[in-house]
Design a protein around this ligand. Sequence first.
Ligand code: AMP
Length: 426
Amino acid sequence: MSFNVFSLNTHLEQAIRHCGYTAPTPIQQQAIPPILERRDLLGLAQTGTGKTAAFALPLVQHLMQVPGNKIRALILAPTRELAEQINEFICKIIQNTRLRSVSVYGGVSKQAQISRVRNGVDIVVACPGRLLDLLNEKAVDLSQVETLILDEADHMFDKGFLPDIRRILRQLPKDRQTLVFSATMPAEIRHLAEDILHDPVTVQINPTRSVKSIAHLLYAVEQGQKTDLLIHLLKDVEMATTLVFTRTKYKAKNLALKLAQSGFKATSLQGNLSQSKRQQALDGFKSGAFSVLVATDIAARGIDVTGISHVVNYDMPDTAEAYIHRTGRTGRASLTGEALTFATSEDGRMIRVIELVLDEKMRQQTATAIPFARQERVEPRIEIKRPGTANSPPKAKAAPKGSSENRSRRNRPASAGVFGLSGRSK
Ligand code: AMP
């Protein structure tokens, strides 16, 4: 299928080529036609499916067809990073048109945002908190909004934004197009969707399945040995762009410091950072100045960095959805990636839940010679192979660089090698 079927205007066709997209992704195939018809839509799609272009292309087509000089589209996103990414994409596709888009979120100067809005914008991409501030100060007027888009609605709910969203909704005209995107459908989001969508088209893109281009690997390890294991793994040349998830902000910061002290180009992205530091970390990771980014779930939500080769679950996520979100950062838009999950004896239940959702078994990497690997069999699915005696674990044999031991774990059988690591020097 080609983008031609949507009969988008020549400006957008050019913009699509400029982005390097040759064929629409499944969500684009299904969502663009009804959005162009100005239907309401409920999109059940996880990150990495191409949903930004799925709503932005038909939105811009509409705005270009019917000119106006007020805020005509409002896009709400749960995090600053996601708002910034959506705005960046929109700015790219509206380049050389008369349309203007602005992002509005906290942590940066309010005045600069207010003056940009006052200078005239068609599209506002906002986080709810700062937008409410601006509404209270009467700095924005949403009375002419024709299209409302709620992105990552489930995450809005997780972050407690639903009351803010309902307050914002009161400022919008009732007669508008509304699009809601969410990876999951908690009851609260279902209720909100029922309230605000009129006769919506529902588009569902494997909401509970992970992207198939990701290999899911499982490492059994003791809690106190995770950092050593990570350092060991990061020495693999293939781990060129690695996103590591920890449970807390504090851990993310300390782990990034430890990795940096060990010689890795590592930084952290967590809620305790100022907006400028967050942006620095993200830009540095995008540009390759940092090859490892340690993040918490909330901070990493919506991160769109193409070419993330590995996602490491240093700490097990709390839900299968969080696992899908985390690992969706790799293997994006037809690239392949590996998701490495560190599991302690307490994580057996969550592994089973994740495997059920993935509808596949995670590939267990056996630990035969890593001194820090868990050496007892604790949980049936997290098994450690012991070739030597318990008291004298065999030493890892160095394999020459470029040998099969140094190649991807993806294609190795689950039992091959020592975490598939025997070729790495320590
Ligand atoms: P999203 O789900 O919107 O965050 O998009 C995920 C990634 O897919 C982004 O890096 C997009 O640039 C990329 N992408 C979106 N649509 C396409 C497409 N039709 N072909 C190739 N890549 C795409």
